[in-house]
Design a protein around this ligand. Structure first.
Ligand code: SF4
Ligand code: SF4
Length: 418
């Protein structure tokens, strides 16, 4: 495992911070509470204090790190190029190995990591989750923020392992069906396959390619992330594809980081580098090829939501917008303060529900200010978080993945249809 990700944060990385404070207004938790210790600069200072032995990893220090969303808005805002992503991931790995959490926290974390990365387990729980959703228990049960109706029939139907290109093939691509995405949003995966095929790609979906390890990596569970990453690398090597396509911002961000994850392991480093080099968000991939399939008009006003792990972590901002603007009739509008996280942030809305809600309510107020009837979001966690809060406010706004709109324009499909 790369030292950068499992050892205490490197001193040199900490010292890259020059305390300018440019990152403070970008940080959602600093905006919520105005506390230095809940800002990027304050958290880096805490890391410094820990590294120098000036402070201990006690409950209050751990809380400031737990309250960080890992949204990476500070990466974008920082003019000095501070690698906050590496700093927080290695800090979280330290916490994971050194801190004994309360029995409730341990149980909640154990439940999250025993269920969400495993699609078959998630699927077995789907009837129970649908019942809880029907009974509107979202705000009562732990993890309720992620409750939404699951289309069990669609989620149980695997995608074809190989879908041929329509017309002459111009690429052979692999698609990650994933874990949460596969069960909660099977329609997004199906739409991705149809669009890629219509655009001249043979699409391979390795059935056994499940969780990419993003949830684990972003929560400091580095060994677990590494095990998932190894399995995925093998699956896509066997598939012999030109590109590995991903339609989940958090997964794409983690998969592009495999090169760093395995940097110190000679037997995996080169394979991880080769894999990461092939990873493309679906919008990135489609932006690189000349559109071939005709787009029929969609007369709608659509607000595009920048998922943090796409915009800040992968710096993919323009491509999804270009993809949507390629649909005749579609009017794209910007969400005010669009660089701000929606509060979902992987497992954050499960582990820090009050803060996630506060940040999420700011986001949906900005969404509603656009007047758009549709929001396009490239990350399932963001979609669930925003949909739940919009529903609570009685707003009739539909959240879709950008690829579902492209699919509707190319194939005339109803949005959300698996
Ligand atoms: S990752 Fe997000 S929440 Fe954490 S310090 Fe940076 S801006 Fe703040
Ligand atoms: S913007 Fe960068 S250098 Fe400035 S305080 Fe924030 S992390 Fe440090």
């Amino acid at each position: 495992m790369s030292e950068a990700l499992v050892s205490p944060p490197e001193k040199a990385l900490i010292e890259d911070c020059v305390h300018c404070g440019f990152c403070l207004p970008a940080c959602p938790t600093y905006r919520s509470w105005g506390l230095e210790a809940d800002s990027p600069r304050g958290r880096i200072d805490l890391m410094k204090g820990l590294a120098e032995g000036a402070i201990a990893l006690d409950e209050s220090v751990v809380t400031h790190f737990d309250q960080c969303l890992g949204c990476m808005a500070c990466l974008t805002a920082c003019p000095s190029g501070v690698r906050y992503d590496l700093l927080i991931e290695s800090t979280r790995a330290q916490i994971e190995t050194q801190v004994k959490r309360s029995p409730f926290e341990r149980a909640l974390r154990a439940m999250i990591f025993a269920i969400f990365p495993y699609p078959q387990r998630l699927l077995r729980l789907a009837p129970l989750m649908n019942l809880a959703t029907a009974l509107r228990l979202q705000r009562v049960v732990p993890g309720g923020a992620l409750l939404q109706k699951i289309d069990i029939r669609a989620a149980s139907r695997p995608l074809p392992e190989c879908t041929s290109a329509q017309g002459p093939a111009r690429a052979r691509v692999g698609l990650l069906a994933g874990c949460v995405q596969r069960v909660m949003f099977p329609g997004v995966n199906a739409a991705t396959v149809r669009v890629l095929s219509a655009e001249g790609c043979d699409v391979i979906v390795p059935e056994r390619a499940g969780c990419c390890g993003a949830l684990s990596l972003h929560s400091g569970r580095a060994a677990e992330a590494k095990a998932f990453a190894r399995a995925l690398i093998v699956q896509f090597e066997d598939a012999q594809v030109d590109a590995v396509i991903v339609n989940v911002a958090g997964c794409g961000s983690a998969m592009k980081q495999y090169a760093e994850l395995f940097a110190d392991e000679p037997e995996w480093a080169a394979r991880a580098r080769a894999f990461s080099a092939k990873v493309r968000d679906v919008s990135e991939f489609l932006a690189d090829i000349e559109p071939r399939a005709e787009r029929k008009p969609i007369e709608a006003t659509v607000a595009y939501h920048d998922a943090c792990h796409l915009a800040h972590a992968q710096r993919v901002r323009q491509e999804p917008r270009d993809l949507l603007c390629g649909i005749p009739g579609l009017k794209l509008v910007e969400i005010p303060d669009g660089d701000q996280c929606c509060g979902s942030a992987g497992t954050y809305n499960l582990l820090e529900p009050a803060s996630a809600r506060e940040i999420g309510l700011r986001k949906v107020a900005n969404v509603l200010a656009t007047g758009a009837g549709i929001v396009a979001s490239g990350n399932p966690g963001c979609s669930m978080q925003m949909q739940a809060l919009l529903r609570e406010r009685g707003a009739n706004v539909q959240i879709v993945h950008p690829i579902e709109l492209v699919d509707a324009a190319i194939n005339g499909r109803r949005i959300g249809q698996p």
